[in-house]
Structures are given as C-alpha cells and as structure tokens.
Design a protein around this ligand. Structure first.
Ligand code: DX5
Ligand code: ZN
Length: 224
C-alpha cells in the first residue's frame, strides 16, 4: 500500500505570515507542504514564485510539493529546483514538451509529477505512466486557480483508472478536500491529499490532519 500523506496548501495560509503557516502545518503533522504557483495566464490568479518555496524550505524540514499552474513550466524548472522543491508537478494542459520537461525534473534529482484538470480526459496522461516518466500524478478536483472551491467528484473515476493501471504511483488529489470528500477520494485510490481551506480554518489542525490520514487509510482503494 502506498503511503497515505496529508499536504496542507499554503495558499490558504495568511500571506503576511507564510513561514508561520508552514511551521503550523509541520507542527500539525503534515507530511509535505503544497505550494500553489500561479502565473495569471494558465489560471486566472497570481500567487507564489520560487522565493515562496525558498521561504517554506527555510521554515520547515518536511518536503516541498510544488504545483506549477503556469503556461510554460519548462522555463522555470531550474528556478523551482534551486529553490528547494522536492516534487515538481506540471500540468498536461500546459504549453510544453511534457516528456522532456518531466525528464529535466528527474535529471535535477527531483520527483516528477503530472497534473490533470477536471475537463481533461484521463487518457492524456497514460503515456506518462506507461513510460514511468512520473513518480506522482495530481488529479484536480476543482478548476485550478483558487482555494475554497467545491469538490468535483469527476476526479474519482480518473483516480480509479490511474490506480488500476499503476499500483506503484502516488496519486494526489487537490481541491475541496475535507473530512467528507476524503472518503470517496481515498476509496477510488488516491493516497496523497492536498487540503487548504479545510486545514487552515481549524483551531486544532493537528487533530484534523491525523483524522484525515486515518479516514483515508480506512477507505483506501475500497471502491476498486
Ligand atoms: C487550486 C489549488 C489548490 C488549493 C486547494 O488551484 O491547486 O491546491 O489550494 O485549496 P482547497 O483545499 O481550499 O480547495
Ligand atoms: Zn494545488
């Protein structure tokens, strides 16, 4: 069974106290920090650049899971690698040579991941799995760009298809994850859970992280 991990998204943290938000997530038992990078073109919002990853690296010792919602990720892999990213997620919908960009991520010693939007057919990432260009797939359960959106169950059939094809791959789900939506997501085969607004609004983030992890463990792959 792949590791079940919880990855708080610092998009939901207080931007005036980002380092504190990262430390709060780590102290709550988070497995990785999820950093949402948005360029205002690929998605209708602008968020962090490599400097934010550096600040997170300086604040905590858990890995940095960096989600590039940018049009030309190939131009920024070096910068995000040097900033201290551990996993770098590029979108299959972005304007790049996916195979080549994933190979660059791996050559830099980072974990390559492919990300897929709700409206994109799951088949578009099959070659990444068949050829093992990736260690991780990130399935979007919202339209990327903003935190706090409603969970889209369309992600579940994609996750199930990916899990049936590849038991070795880490499958992350991102968008609208809370103590209810974690159940069908885990049942479909997801093992990494990004959660932003749900975790950062908690008074007791530590209990919320361990409850999410325990619920996911209980339901993992049950729908398959
Ligand atoms: C959306 C981002 C998500 C977002 C999740 O574009 O990729 O990572 O921060 O936020 P919640 O958990 O609030 O939906
Ligand atoms: Zn994200």
């Amino acid at each position: 069974m792949p590791d079940i991990q919880i990855m708080p998204s610092i998009l939901a943290a207080d931007f005036g106290q980002l380092a504190e938000g990262c430390r709060r997530a780590e102290a709550a038992g988070a497995d990785q920090i999820h950093v949402d990078v948005m360029d205002g073109v690929f998605v209708p919002n602008i968020s962090f650049g490599p400097e934010a990853v550096k600040a997170s690296v300086a604040a905590v010792s858990i890995p940095q899971n960096v989600h590039l919602m940018i049009t030309k990720p190939q131009n920024y892999i070096q910068a995000f690698s040097e900033a201290g990213s551990d996993t770098i997620q590029i979108h299959v919908e972005s304007r790049c040579d996916v195979q080549e960009t994933l190979a660059v991520i791996r050559a830099l010693g980072k974990r390559p991941a492919i990300t897929i939007n709700p409206e994109t057919p799951v088949e578009s990432i099959f070659e990444c799995l068949e050829n093992r260009w990736v260690d991780e797939v990130l399935v979007m359960s919202v339209h990327p760009g903003f935190g706090g959106q409603k969970y889209l169950a369309v992600a579940e059939e994609k996750i199930a298809a990916i899990r049936r094809m590849a038991d070795w791959v880490d499958i992350a789900i991102d968008g609208g994850i809370d103590d209810v939506t974690v159940v069908p997501a885990a049942a479909a085969g997801a093992n990494l859970f990004v959660a932003g607004s749900f975790l950062f609004k908690q008074d007791d983030m530590k209990s919320a992280v361990s409850n999410l992890r325990a619920t996911a463990q209980e339901h993992f792959c049950k729908a398959l």
